[in-house]
Write a protein that binds this ligand. Structure first.
Ligand code: OFO
Length: 165
């Protein structure tokens, strides 16, 4: 039977994934309203992925005899100065999520819960990939600077930046 402190930590993670999904949805909508089609598609898809991360946790908690808690929605930031702000926030958010995952991994080891430890390895690899992708995007945005032509190409090509897709 899964221990209550592990259930609590996983439920906390459910909330973090839901929060990420909402934040990326707000970013996607912002980009969409500015005609940045490729970037908004990328962010809409990223928001969906975070929801999928949340669902995976909910199912796991319930399957192991715990009770998943569905969190309420917080209104995320709605306005952004530019893409640099968006992707810096996105990277910071992913780094924070990675730290949270690592802490739960730590907890599973101290509680000798190897099933949850094993389950969390998927999140560990996913976080490496998401942080890497956000860093690639930020590097490209730095290169582009104020170049409008470069931004056009960036918006067109962003969907190809993720080799895992
Ligand atoms: Fe990108 O955070 Fe989920 O796991």
């Amino acid at each position: 039977m899964i221990k209550q402190n592990i259930i609590d930590a996983l439920n906390n993670q459910v909330e973090a994934e839901a929060g990420a999904s909402q934040l990326y949805l707000a970013m996607a909508s912002w980009a969409d309203s500015r005609g940045l089609e490729g970037i908004s598609e990328f962010l809409f898809a990223h928001s969906d992925e975070e929801r999928m991360h949340m669902l995976k946790l909910i199912r796991f908690i319930n399957e192991r005899g715990g009770k998943a808690i569905i969190p309420s929605l917080h209104m995320p930031k709605q306005d952004f100065q530019n893409l640099n702000e968006i992707f810096t926030m996105l990277l910071d958010h992913e780094v924070k999520v990675s730290e949270m995952i690592n802490e739960i991994v730590d907890l599973t080891l101290s509680e000798k819960d190897y099933t949850t430890h094993n389950f969390l390895q998927w999140y560990v690899s996913e976080q490496i990939e998401e942080e890497r992708l956000a860093r690639i995007i930020l590097d490209k945005l730095k290169l582009i600077g104020d170049d409008k032509g470069g931004m056009y190409l960036f918006d067109r090509d962003i969907s190809t930046f993720n080799p895992a897709k």
